[in-house]
Design a binder for this molecule. Structure first.
Ligand SMILES: Cc1ncc(COP(=O)(O)O)c(C=O)c1O
Length: 450
């Protein structure tokens, strides 16, 4: 196998951005990195990183606590109590920060996505194409409207939707594409937007992991017709559970507000079918309390990610997530890599992960299997509403054409660092991650023989 033939493409993409700027900077050469090479810690050697944790997550500081206390004491705990409470303030600030005209805050990313599906009038009989390699909330948002989630395969190097497979799966019932920005880095939005435009489809961006990341001059979540975020605890901006929708189309965003407010519009009339998905004021207080350092933390993650990527350059069998042309920055919810055991003398991924943990750097696999392999497909195939709304031929084809081999490969090959907290560490922390990987690589024969 040609080991690094993809390297140029992988990072050519970030040429103008901070990712590449840091990657091309003053980074220790690999020679210096392997000073730690010696006996693997798993075999009794000295760990690269000993007794050290990572910056804690979720983030909080006095400003977050002050906002919570202030909101608690105000007795304004629900957004409809005040037009200037924390939720409306957060909506204004989140829209501004992302360069969008409107924002509607929700109680979760799943709620945000479902609100968009409903607001676009997508329902039984309709199909939405999305990724099998995502949080179940992505498909839950489509299923909740009794539409059909159609799963397309991935690009094996970026872990993102493969536009060619998306296009192949369009039918006369397809109404929208829901691309997912996995790990918080942009998916191939340019190609997906072109397909959507050509085929007359809406695009609901699942940017639930993609806070603030920039692609072709815009932030994620502001590129499709509507964009959604999650502020669940693990995300790079978090409030426990929370979500938001961004959009520029005033009428559509007004409809999102109405849907998320149990169908009741800003005019006070109950106009459509809708669940109650409002963010509460204490959640918004946690988000507003984080505002002062939010950009600094985003930039620090990007600097550290670029440094780590540069330090891993040339390590056979470890390929950091491929980024697409036009990627200026990522959210780096996860720092993900492909592990190819053939370059580690055949040592399995789990052996590699155990060796890394012994070196003091815990990496993990991510999604164990794609959603195309989960039981929900068989469940919905038996549901009366689906049998009523979709022809037997369509359901048969749907059942049979569910293979996503690249997704299967990604589930087996991916290793990652949970990055929301760890990428807020120091450059030395990143060096230790890279040193540990190089050390395991240098000792691959010993690892394979355990
Ligand atoms: C890609 C993606 N989509 C949707 C969701 C759902 O968001 P939430 O958990 O806030 O409902 C998540 C959350 O992990 C996610 O990562």
């Amino acid at each position: 196998m040609h080991e690094r033939s993809t390297t140029r493409r992988r990072f050519l993409t970030a040429a103008a951005g901070s990712l590449a700027a840091a990657a091309g900077g003053n980074v220790r050469a690999r020679g210096a990195a392997v000073k730690t090479a010696g006996k693997l810690a798993i075999l009794g050697g000295t760990p690269v990183r000993k007794g050290k944790g990572w910056p804690g997550w979720p983030y909080w500081d006095d400003s977050v606590v002050d906002e919570i206390v202030k909101t608690t004491k105000s007795r304004v705990w629900c957004r409809i109590q005040s037009a200037s409470g924390t939720v409306p303030t957060f909506e204004k600030k989140w829209a501004e920060l992302n360069g969008s005209r409107f924002c509607v805050a929700t109680g979760s990313g799943t709620q945000a996505l479902h609100t968009c599906v409903e607001a676009l009038g997508i329902g039984p009989g309709d199909e939405v194409i999305t990724s099998p390699y995502t949080d179940p909330g992505t498909i839950a948002s489509i299923l909740s409207s009794r539409a059909l989630p159609v799963l397309a395969d991935l690009d094996r190097e970026s872990y993102q939707l493969d536009p060619a497979d998306v296009e192949r799966r369009i039918t006369e019932n397809t109404r929208a594409i829901m691309p997912v920005d996995m790990m918080g880095q942009p998916c191939n939005l340019q190609a997906i937007l072109q397909i959507a435009k050509r085929r007359g489809l809406k695009v609901i961006e699942d940017a639930c992991q993609g806070h603030l990341a920039e692609y072709q001059g815009k932030r994620l979540g502001t590129i499709g017709d509507l964009g959604c975020f999650s502020f669940q605890s693990s995300k790079t901006i978090a409030c426990g559970e929370g979500g938001a929708i961004l959009g520029d189309d005033e009428e559509l965003m007004d409809r999102c507000y109405t849907v998320h407010n149990h169908g009741t519009s800003r005019r006070g009339r109950t106009e459509v079918i809708g669940p109650k998905y409002r963010m509460n004021e204490l959640e918004a207080a946690i988000l507003l309390g984080q505002w002062p350092g939010v950009m600094e933390r985003f930039e620090r993650r990007n600097r550290n990610a670029a440094h780590l990527t540069a330090r891993l350059k040339g390590c056979p069998g470890i390929a950091p997530q491929k980024l697409y042309e036009g990627t200026k920055s990522g959210s780096f919810y996860l720092y993900a890599m492909t592990y190819r055991k053939e370059h580690f003398s055949g040592a399995s991924r789990s052996a590699f992960l155990k060796a890394m943990a012994a070196e003091g750097v815990s990496l993990s696999p991510y999604i164990a299997q794609g959603l195309h392999k989960e039981p929900w497909i068989d469940h919905i195939l038996g549901q009366p509403v689906y049998r009523k709304m979709y022809s037997p031929e369509r359901l048969k084809a749907y059942s049979e054409d569910r293979a996503c081999p690249n997704c299967d490969a990604v589930c087996q090959e991916l290793v990652m660092l949970w990055a929301s907290g760890p990428l807020l560490g120091t450059e030395k922390d990143m060096d230790e991650v890279a040193d540990a990987i190089w050390k395991v690589y240098e000792n691959r024969d010993a690892l394979a023989s355990i």
